[in-house]
Design a protein around this ligand. Structure first.
Ligand SMILES: [Zn+2]
Ligand SMILES: [Zn+2]
Length: 432
């Protein structure tokens, strides 16, 4: 017998491997143990679902969008931690209606963590998210480097798009309520609603203004940490104490392999890691110090050829439950009794999901009072006021291309106010 035989740290028996605890099992609310089919499963009242709707920093890949994590709670609350490039398509494919994409926590302002924000704002506003978007993020060393400045600059960038979309109802959907916090604060509360708090702490990531987040759901005792990007640090160990789901970025310390693959000088690769990122060895070290119920790695160049090496580096320090939050979309269900991981089965051409009445109520009437009618300004700026008439005059007469039996009257103006019967909207599920 070899001198040192590996053993299951949880004391598990045959058939469960040497790193899987007995709580690695489907939660009692899961309907399919192998796949997550969006829209077919209701979260339990004491259940949390963490979905990696984006998982890479760079390069973007067919199966990896920019970093983004969706956290859904059994009380109906949704949270988004970062919103990288391409993540919106995964979020929509997960069956999340546009009105429910809100409460976005940005860890720092590297664009792989927020690139889909400017893309989604005008489109979700015009798709019925007529309430302000809530965005949270750190300040920087100067006012022009903080989250609020980024949002202001983004609004300027979207000037043409915002104004053009004012031909249709957008309500207050362009408004962005920014909660910019002092990045140096340790465990400052930036969200506190429905018994759910989100706190933050600073991280070392090359520049002032990088944060980690911790979500605590009091009623169930469940908790979640997203480190954002950064070097392994003591604050992360301290403030992740007792956490259920600990998610970290990782940059595998494989500079030589990277130089062979990408033709990138090893020294520069190492320099980026050593000033900004968490190596796979550091990841194992953090996991071991923190002892979460599940440790996850995301923000990773997920590659079959090197993943085993990442696992080996993690296992040099940590023998507990470790999973990849990559590639897109891995789904982790968590209760106090169980942790389970599955792959989401996503439609390739799925369209936007219709919100349920409960979701609409939550998004539109969070205080619970439901009016008889919703009055909305249908058109802040009709096209007659933002387009030279000659461009309409060169349009071809629809009678020349529309078959006469389907010819209808053109809708070129909406009535001055739209009164939407709310009750009917909430009741109607399209089966009348
Ligand atoms: Zn990043
Ligand atoms: Zn970064």
């Amino acid at each position: 017998m070899p001198e040192k035989m590996p053993s299951n740290p949880y004391g598990g028996g045959p058939g469960v491997g040497i790193s899987l605890p007995d709580y690695y099992k489907p939660t009692k609310y899961i309907s399919n143990n192998n796949f997550y089919f969006p829209g077919t499963e209701t979260l339990g009242a004491d259940e949390m679902r963490v979905s990696f709707v984006g998982s890479t920093p760079w390069p973007p890949r067919i199966k990896q969008a920019g970093t983004a994590i969706m956290v859904e709670l059994g009380n109906g609350d949704n949270f988004f931690f970062d919103l990288g490039n391409g993540s919106i398509k995964n979020i929509l494919a997960m069956g999340v209606p546009p009105v429910m994409i809100n409460d976005i926590f940005i860890s720092h302002l590297h664009v792989d963590h927020y690139a889909d924000l400017p893309y989604m704002i005008p489109f979700t506003a015009s798709a019925g998210r007529w309430d302000p978007l809530r965005v949270y993020g750190p300040d920087g060393a100067r006012p022009d480097l903080g989250t609020a400045a980024m949002i202001d600059n983004m609004k300027k960038m979207l000037g043409w798009h915002f104004e053009e979309f004012d031909f249709m109802p957008t309500g207050d959907g362009y408004q962005i309520d920014v909660t910019e916090f002092d990045h140096r604060d340790e465990m400052g509360v930036i969200y506190d609603k429905n018994g759910v708090t989100v706190r933050h702490w600073p991280r070392s990531h090359g520049k002032d203004g990088a944060s980690a987040y911790r979500l605590d759901w009091e009623e169930t005792g469940l908790s979640f940490v997203w480190t954002g990007d950064g070097r392994p640090d003591e604050l992360t160990i301290k403030y992740s104490e007792g956490v259920d789901v600990f998610v970290s970025e990782v940059q595998s310390d494989l500079g030589y392999i990277a130089s062979l693959k990408y033709g990138y000088p090893q020294e520069i690769y190492n320099y980026v890691i050593d000033t900004h990122h968490t190596t796979h060895y550091a990841l194992g070290y953090l996991f071991n110090e923190i002892q979460p119920r599940v440790g996850l790695a995301t923000h990773i160049e997920y590659e079959p050829g090197t993943n085993n090496e990442v696992v080996a580096g993690v296992r040099a320090h940590y023998d507990g439950l470790f999973l990849f939050g990559a590639p897109d979309v891995q789904v982790i269900n968590v209760t106090k009794d169980a942790v389970w991981s599955r792959e989401a089965v996503l439609p390739e051409f799925g369209t936007v999901s219709r919100p349920t009445p409960e979701q609409l109520k939550k998004a539109w009437f969070p205080d619970g009072e439901i009016p008889e009618f919703l009055e909305i300004d249908p058109c802040k700026l009709p096209r007659e006021e933002q387009q030279d008439p000659y461009l309409r005059e060169i349009e071809i007469d629809p009678a020349l291309y529309t078959p006469p039996d389907v010819m209808r009257e053109l809708v070129t103006r909406l009535p001055p106010t739209l009164k939407i019967p709310v009750g009917e909207m909430l009741d109607s599920q399209g089966d009348e």
